[in-house]
Design a protein around this ligand. Structure first.
Ligand SMILES: [Zn+2]
Length: 382
């Protein structure tokens, strides 16, 4: 590997801010990162497709070779926002020290792309040599709405037999994670003077019933369990509540936010229906209509079978047993398109979303080696 070239590529990616955030004030385009990757991959002979998205954002699908099989190597181009005052350096400048590369996105996950490029350089691929295509996929908005992955799933591309998402897992193959739903429950009451309960409809009292019902529902969800997860059951967390304004007024409005993390096999649409069926009648009973709103698009749980070819190959190549993680990824969207999918990349999630994010230099060479082996296995040999 040319260490100089690796470093230059990573430095350029880190120097191209691409924060994605649900707060519009912090949200940025990822286009500079997409254009850098497109130029490097085009120089390697890849066919470049840029899928434009709202807000000046884009996905990149870069393809070398042809065929219905092949391998997608996928990563997101955006980062979370950062607090520069809590960093020891400029987050947008690559600094090498203590045998580490520091910078925003160094590990989550701009660092994965130079790893892939180094593997491609080393293999000196050309389309004629490939039995099946190598596809490099770079997405937008993974850290916020997952709109990049949603757009790909909707368009039904890219298509391949296998997909590896290079999120930081210390190159351990990850074949399961939970899903995420976040909901708001809004209860519309009618305010009035507290001295006479007949003058209004108390939203807080309905909320009391809603909270009780949600905790019962949580109890019922415990019948689902999967020993492959550190927390083996689905979770439901009550995270935010606000209601009313004064002790001497009947509470006119109350709002609750909660999240639910389903296990693989639990369908998000079904869960939404279950929740509505349980909560809506409570509002009707008290003359306080309830509205349930999805705060995010929702991410399905993900599971790739332990005995699938990709998991088996990834375990063999890395010498690491597959496992689950506690964060969600774009994996369910890629899997939905028919690809066997695992999450596996250099770096540690412990460094992600933190000030002074870094990638340990020691992780880079083994990762390049594994990516090379995957390409050889799935695109050159088959
Ligand atoms: Zn990530």
């Amino acid at each position: 590997m040319s260490e100089k070239r690796f470093r230059e590529r990573l430095a350029q990616l880190i120097a191209s801010p691409s924060v994605s955030c649900t707060s519009p004030a912090l949200d940025m385009s990822n286009r500079a990162v997409i254009d850098l990757l497109a130029s490097w991959l085009e120089a390697l002979g890849f066919n470049i497709e840029i899928m434009a998205l709202e807000g000046g954002k884009a996905n990149l699908i870069a393809t070398l070779g042809q065929g219905t099989g092949g391998l997608v190597l996928a990563g997101h181009t955006d980062t979370v926002p950062c607090n520069p005052e809590r960093w020891q350096q400029d987050p947008f400048e690559l600094i090498e020290k203590n045998q580490r590369f520091y910078g925003l996105g160094a590990t989550d996950m701009k660092g994965f792309f130079p790893v892939v490029l180094a593997a491609l350089d080393a293999l000196k691929l050309d389309a004629a040599k490939l039995q099946q295509p190598v596809i490099i996929l770079a997405t937008a908005d993974e850290e916020s709405s997952m709109n990049g992955a949603r757009a790909l799933a909707k368009a039904g591309k890219p298509k391949a037999r296998f997909a590896v998402i290079g999120e930081p897992t210390g190159m351990r193959p990850i074949r399961m994670h939970k899903g995420i739903m976040m909901n708001a429950v809004r209860i519309q009451g009618l305010a009035g003077h507290s001295s006479n309960p007949q003058l209004g409809h108390n939203a807080l009292e309905t909320m009391h019933a809603v909270l009780g019902e949600l905790l019962r529902y949580r109890q019922d969800l415990l019948q689902h369990s999967n020993p492959g997860f550190e927390v083996s059951t689905p979770t439901l967390n009550l995270g935010y509540i606000h209601g009313g304004d004064n002790p001497n007024r009947i509470c006119g409005h109350c709002e609750l936010h909660f999240d639910l993390r389903p296990l693989p096999g639990m369908d998000i649409e079904q869960l939404h229906q279950d929740i509505s069926q349980r909560l809506l009648p409570l509002g009707e009973a008290n003359n306080t209509p309830i509205q349930i709103e999805r705060l995010i698009g929702g991410i399905e749980a993900f599971e790739q079978a332990a005995d699938s070819e990709l998991v088996q190959t990834a375990e063999k190549l890395t010498g690491q047993q597959s496992a689950s993680v506690a964060f969600a990824t774009e994996a369910p969207f890629l899997q939905q398109m028919g690809m066997q999918t695992v999450v596996m990349g250099p770096g540690s999630i412990d460094q992600a979303h933190q000030p002074n994010e870094f990638m340990a230099l020691s992780e880079i060479k083994p990762a390049i080696h594994t990516i090379k082996s995957l390409i050889t296995e799935f695109c050159l040999r088959c």
